[in-house]
Design a protein around this ligand. Structure first.
Ligand SMILES: *Cc1c(COP(=O)(O)O)cnc(C)c1O
Length: 462
């Protein structure tokens, strides 16, 4: 459209209109004026014309996009329950409520209400952690990576730490054991080989410079075949024979035995301590199902060293997450109802038959929404726990498998995936064999899922 540029209205005139006034009301004058100016500049660049209301409408679209929250809820239908990129554990209602309770008001975060003196923030969770793991003492920090850094820096600064070559792991997002060791100021001594490490390898590695022995749970992979690793109890005994502490980085630390719910066994911090570990580190937002944090439990004298390290101050938890962690730990006191109340456990223990029923309830609406574009079928599939827990154990589940009509081409399935991601509450699945698979294990709000299918748009057809 060619235009007489002088016909674009002035900013003041646009702002007098009802549409612009609504923008001022909603977002404030500064943002509304700025958006109207930008809209006018864009129209000028495009050599387009618009009346007052047209300009204001354009400004409204820009402002809505700019003011939309960057972080927003999604449907995690990837089949990975604890998905790091999608925020890991979903907090229990009790944890969300506890967090909300303290965020907008003063609290006794570091205050002893009884005697009016300064208190310790970790005291809010210390007793629970001791009871749930059998440890003498506990400390909490920003995440498990921070827990490992704090532990190494407090106990092994400038000293050597032997670790099996089979455990020199990378856990996504740049947590690599050798790098973490270097940054924590200690020297990694590689022991054994990738697939086999023996007690004698550790024995030979111990010298006057050795500060401690450490085991890292190989959370996101499994070495299979001709393998050998040193049992924790033997490693602990060896460390203690030399007067050294033994630390075990568990990663995903579930506080109760998952076998109770028919899930595969994952070592608990209690077991790790019983096997001789002096300190055990684990995440708060993996199997534990709480807020992002790192937990260290174990010997009191060692925990005190960690707490005295100035790094502890830099890595400590805020009041909101401490409240959420405390509320989550309290749920563990009633294990009979844990699977109902803790979303992570509820999703992990969801029966395959129930997921199958969800799939069949959704099938007609999905088929209708995709008519002429794609075909939908219910299929059996396997979900994963995620975040490094039990990498080789998969949970039986069901998915909606969506295939673009007449093709399994990569481009077609990418277009399908993009259309689902473009929904008001984005839906992410996984792509397999040219199909988009939506694993329904983590779909609890079926009504919300179905309601937004009306917005599904496949640009240019699937
Ligand atoms: C996940 C994991 C970490 C890192 O924990 P974050 O809470 O993500 O910081 C460290 N070690 C192991 C073994 C892990 O599985």
């Amino acid at each position: 459209m060619t235009a007489d540029l002088s016909r674009l209205p002035a900013v003041d005139r646009v702002l007098k209109g009802a549409t612009a006034q609504a923008l001022v009301e909603r977002y404030g004058r500064t943002l509304a004026v700025e958006a109207v100016r930008t809209a006018l500049a864009d129209l000028r660049t495009a050599k387009a014309v618009a009346d007052e209301d047209g300009v204001a409408t354009l400004a409204a679209d820009k402002l809505a996009a700019r003011m939309a929250p960057s972080q927003r809820p999604m449907f995690n239908l990837t089949g990975t329950v604890l998905h790091t990129n999608l925020g890991r554990a979903l907090l229990a209602e009790a944890a969300i409520a506890a967090m909300a309770e303290v965020l907008g008001r003063p609290s006794n975060l570091e205050f002893d209400v009884a005697d009016g003196r300064r208190g310790e923030r970790d005291d809010h969770v210390r007793t629970w952690l001791r009871q749930l793991t059998g440890a003498e003492d506990a400390t909490v920090v920003n995440n498990n990576a921070a827990a490992v850094v704090l532990l190494l820096n407090s106990l092994a600064l400038g000293k050597a730490v032997p670790v099996s070559r089979g455990e020199l792991i990378e856990i996504g997002g740049a947590f690599r054991v050798p790098d973490i060791m270097a940054r924590a100021g200690c020297r990694l001594v590689e022991v054994g080989t990738t697939n086999r490490t023996h007690l004698r390898d550790f024995e030979a590695a111990i010298g006057p410079e050795t500060a401690m022995l450490m085991k890292v749970h190989p959370s996101n992979y499994a070495v299979v075949g001709f393998t050998h690793s040193v049992p924790e109890a033997e490693l602990a005994a060896l460390a203690h024979k030399h007067g050294l502490p033994f630390a075990n980085d568990l990663g995903s630390g579930q506080l109760v035995d998952l076998e109770r719910w028919g899930l595969p066994h994952e070592p608990t911090p209690r077991e790790a301590l019983q096997a001789g570990a002096d300190l055990v580190t684990f995440s708060g937002d993996k199997l534990l199902g709480g807020p992002q944090c790192g937990i260290v439990v174990g010997r009191k004298d060692l925990i005190q060293k960690l707490n005295k390290n100035p790094l502890k101050r830099a890595l400590r938890l805020d009041k909101g997450r401490l409240a959420a962690l405390e509320a989550t730990l309290r749920l563990y006191a009633d294990p009979d109802r844990l699977a109902e109340r803790l979303p992570t456990l509820r999703l992990l223990t969801r029966p395959a038959a129930e997921i199958d029923a969800v799939a069949h309830r959704l099938l007609p609406a999905m088929t209708r929404a995709l008519t002429g574009q794609a075909e939908v079928a219910v299929e059996a599939c396997r979900s994963q726990i995620g975040s490094g827990a039990l990498p080789v154990d998969l949970l039986p589940s069901h998915c909606l498998s969506i295939k673009a009509t007449g093709t399994r081409s990569g481009a077609a399935v990418e277009r399908l995936a993009a259309a689902f991601r473009a929904l008001p509450m984005p839906v992410v699945g996984r792509i397999e064999d040219g199909c988009l698979k939506l694993d329904l294990r983590c779909l609890e709000d079926e009504a919300a899922f179905i309601a937004q299918l009306a917005h599904l748009k496949m640009p240019g057809g699937a």
